[in-house]
Design a binder for this molecule. Structure first.
Ligand code: PFF
Ligand code: NA
Length: 451
């Protein structure tokens, strides 16, 4: 009954490229386009990017492979998958579902901003080249009460409707067309941004590390960003992997997906930061960077309005192909384990997320005086708890379960399709899962607890 098709078999991706696109669709999202540039801006630019790359190589690829393999082996949702390996560890999956729940509640608020910017592009309201005026306009939107909540509701509803459509129907089909479209657009816009007068400073800021800017806060942010951006640490790739057929090449997928994701994040950085410098803005300005600098770039482009409409549509699409995966993790669990109808699960969970999202949205306006963790408002606190604590913790536990409980020999057997395909780096991967991943994550955690 749970996630089955008419023949009583588990639903599967329609094709190999379908899975890669859907998984890349989950990975590529607001994390790349909106969050990466502002996290880099906040954490010293090149210093952040350098640490990001180190974390990507230490844990990103490793855990991507571990999650997909665990999912395909067990053919179950995040909690079911852990339980199948060992009854004692099913709570790790529950932790992931909780992280997904928290993330989507505020992710949807940002998705709402994107929809609002599509509307603004159509009306011509964004045709402004002055970054300060654009900053004011963005501030007005997010500090409002009803307007951002209505757009947040619209984003959440679209997500829910797609997820009700199920795996092959909703999620896979749309990714095949829109992902390549996004990539082409973002390259064109990056070329424009990088050739603005004064843009070189921005490129340098992003790519040349200033080592003195590296501290434990930067390292924790970079670690959290790797998990967030690759959709790791909460069982999302376990869930997507569970719909894979036994002949997929997992080592290849686990390499390609992080590469695509990182490429898009860097391109987004190469749009936003050069524009920040070209327009004399502050790199550390925070969550508004994308929304403030992009329109300023479009205003300097021929056919700017058209670009603006198309681009924000593609951002929306990227956000949706991620938000559906966040919702799917929660829904897949509830449908599999509680045996309730997909529609009911989606409605209930979606509505609960919507309510929490309202608080996140209001934390830029009416509730801005409420601070929870280390002076962060509600929105930033939710993001901090999910990205910087729950996801890396989920990743640490994943390493333990796959590396030590299930065992790397069995995992490698599954990942290589019983030795039918090549997995050259298998011995190296085993060391990374068993030792390097857990040690690296623990060190960052302990160091940041000590302050
Ligand atoms: N990876 C997505 C992004 O970069 O926007 C966000 C995300 C999706 C995080 C799915 C976690 C997840 F399970
Ligand atoms: Na991402």
């Amino acid at each position: 009954m749970a996630n089955l098709n008419q023949d009583g078999q588990r639903e599967q991706w329609g094709s190999k490229i379908g899975f890669i696109l859907a998984a890349a669709g989950s990975a590529v999202g607001l994390g790349n386009l909106w969050k990466f540039p502002y996290m880099a801006g906040k954490n010293g630019g090149g210093a952040f990017v350098l640490v990001y790359f180190i974390m990507l190589f230490l844990v990103g690829f490793t855990l991507m492979l571990a999650e997909i393999t665990l999912g395909r082996k067990t053919q179950l949702n995040a909690i079911g998958a852990y339980r199948k390996i060992s009854k004692k560890w099913s709570w790790v999956g529950a932790l992931g579902v909780l992280a997904g729940f928290i993330i989507l509640s505020y992710y949807s608020v940002v998705g709402g901003w994107v929809i609002n910017y599509i509307v603004k592009s159509f009306s011509g309201a964004l045709k402004i080249a002055d970054a300060d005026v654009l900053g004011g306009m963005f501030g007005n939107l997010i500090s409002g009460t009803t307007e951002p909540i209505i757009y947040h509701a619209i984003f959440m509803l679209i997500t829910m409707i797609i997820v009700i459509g199920g795996i092959g129907g909703g999620i896979e089909k749309s990714s095949k067309i829109l992902m390549p479209g996004l990539f082409i657009m973002i390259v064109i816009i990056a070329l424009r941004a990088m050739t603005l007068p004064g843009a070189v400073e921005g490129i340098k800021y992003l790519l040349v590390p200033n080592f003195s800017a590296i501290n434990i806060g930067v390292i924790l942010d970079a670690l959290g960003q790797v998990f967030f951006s690759l959709s790791l640490g909460m069982g999302c790739m376990i869930t997507y992997g569970s719909y894979l057929s036994k002949d997929t090449n997992i080592p290849e997928s686990a390499t390609v997906i992080p590469l695509i994701d990182t490429g898009v994040a860097l391109l987004a950085g190469l749009i936003v930061l050069p524009a920040v410098f070209a327009f004399g803005y502050e790199p550390s300005a925070g969550p508004g960077l994308l929304f403030i600098t992009l329109p300023a770039v479009f205003a300097q482009m021929p056919l700017g309005t058209l670009f603006s409409i198309l681009f924000f549509f593609l951002v929306l699409f990227a956000a949706l192909s991620s938000s559906i995966s966040l919702l799917e993790v929660c829904v897949s669990y509830v449908v599999d384990e509680w045996k309730i109808k997909r529609k009911v699960a989606v409605s209930g969970i979606g509505f609960a997320m919507f309510l929490i999202g309202i608080l996140a949205s209001l934390s830029f306006g009416r509730l801005s005086n409420i601070t929870i963790i280390g002076g962060r408002n509600i929105f930033d606190s939710l993001d901090f708890v999910a990205s910087n604590i729950l996801l890396p913790l989920g990743g640490l536990l994943l390493c333990i379960v796959v590396g030590w409980i299930w065992g790397t020999d069995k995992a490698i057997k599954e990942a290589s399709n019983d030795g039918k395909i090549e997995f050259k780096l298998a011995p190296f991967w085993a060391i990374l899962v068993k030792w390097v991943g857990p040690v690296a994550i623990s060190i960052v955690f302990i160091r940041s607890l000590l302050g």
